[in-house]
Design a protein around this ligand. Sequence first.
Ligand code: NAG
Length: 627
Amino acid sequence: MAVFNLGTLAVCGASIAVLLPLISKLSAPAPPRRAKRLGDPTYDLEKIDAPAATGAKLRIVAWALADSPVAPLLRRFLINQNGADELQDLALQVVDEGKSTVAYTPMHRLTTEEWKRHEAAASGAGSVKTLLQEGFDGQPPGPGVYVTVEDYARAYKSSAWTPTSAMERLLQAIRKLPAEYRVFVTVLEEDVRKQAQDSEQRILKGEARSIFEGVPIAVKDMVSVRGHPFSEGTVWPAGDRHNKRAEEDDNTVRLFREAGAIILGTTVMTEFGVTPLGYSVHFKGPVNAYNGSYYCGGSSSGSAVAVAMGLVPVAVGMDGGGSIRIPAAMEGAVGLAPTYGRVPDSSPDTLFGTMVKTGPIAATTRDAALAHAVMSQSVSSHIFTRLYGEPFGVPPVHLEGFMDLNLRGIRLGVFWDHFNDAEPLVVEACKAALETLKTLGAEVVPVALPHLKALSLAHGLDISTEFSTFFGNLLYNGHNLEPGTRIQLGLGYTISGVEFNSANILRGWALKYMHEEVFKKLNVQAIVSPSMGILPPKMPEDVTAAGESNTPLIMQMMKYIFLGNLLGLPGISVPVGYDDNTKLPVSMHLMGAHWEEAVLLRLANALETRHLQRKKPSAFFDLRAEL
Ligand SMILES: *[C@@H]1O[C@H](CO)[C@@H](O)[C@H](O)[C@H]1NC(C)=O
């Protein structure tokens, strides 16, 4: 029984008298201070201040930040610590300048002339219709490590393989995967067999729907697939609507089915996609295909590992802060997060996010390009089409110049202070790749990206607000959430309206700045950087217990990638090297102007063809050897 005497009461009283003013100072949003001039080109991204924890410590931190009586105060303190006041300061300068508008969606409208240029490309040599029937001209660079979409098409055409025999082998392989590489959440075997038989019939009748006929595709478990439950990386209580099998396909899945592809199954992701580390505590995996002691990257974790392991040539991912490009980078695959509004996805819980883009993770750039062509066919009633308006809104998809390895005329922007702010091995590998692009004729132009620190915070605040809007109620209804998810969802509730609005005012300014000062004035086609500031990080021993919450580490993974989400710009990650010791891949990121995926894919293809000899990961399934 607790004993209170006058002495302890006095001590308590005195501490409260001292602490309350301090707590109220720390826990109110800080007023803005004049810190930086708007447009100051100095590189300012710095390490961020936040607790890192695993295991029991993480559970305590999560309790303190999400469930304790002082949780809101502590969260406020954390947000203040990371310079949220700078956002309002910059936003006020944007308002004073009076040239930009607030951006709630990262849209960029093309002029009618620009739109027509895309249309001309789409009906010329870059036409995806012919491509999806015939594949690319010329020989692929190899028999490579991976069985590509074109390899499947050739093998089916020559009757060397059939969809039913290929899918049977894959189903066997999936059943036998070791626990840490169980990348699929749901594989409906009978459904896969049925799809394979239908596909085989079409091939026999000479009615293959496209180059994707009979090709297996994996889909992140955040995208609706008919007949599959929809877990979004969490475990729903029995009877929850999410456990019901989806009645309809997401548009992206429908487009793949219409192209003849076989939907093999849904893949493991981190809970609601909140962490890019990649490990799911609920599913106890997956781990890196190149080295099982390391994180695989996420949140489209299973999609990237399935591709790296050779189980599928293409997987569908979703990317709100790198969730396609980070796992692709860490698994030595190609990941494309397209322009905001490009892919007409239609799954619940994602349509209302302004950061999230659906896109492909693929074994090769050619496969990424083919998948992009399938997924990016616009749907006229879709919200994106209505948002951009018709007839000159969303431009038609094309792959202009994809096979052209002569890069004369291409200008690559590099913000050197940013580029060099990575582990030496990463910088070295990316510089070597840049040299290859220069050898092929590209020119390197120095650029500046002002306010990366504030923009990174703006991305963090915006996406946290969005996450908590969709999933935050789960904090309060007893849902079994991972501790890291609890912290993240709690943070979203603590962001003030002034901060959210300031973030979007700065977002509007940066959208305009990128288009006018970088893409137009400097005539730059892509901004080149490492994909991540570090090599894939090692998993802590006790990651299985509660996962890991480590914002400083995550920032190292997201520092080059978040801007594409905040501003709706397309970005691609492509492997450019390997670490000899760990065997882990190193990747490069290229970011373009809105709707300019074709030039990014072209540059990635140049790197794939001329720069890197791909290596097999240690966890690999070789379909060629089995058939
Ligand atoms: C994984 O990385 C460790 C270093 O952390 C290295 O010693 C080991 O050989 C690597 N494993 C493989 C399969 O390459």
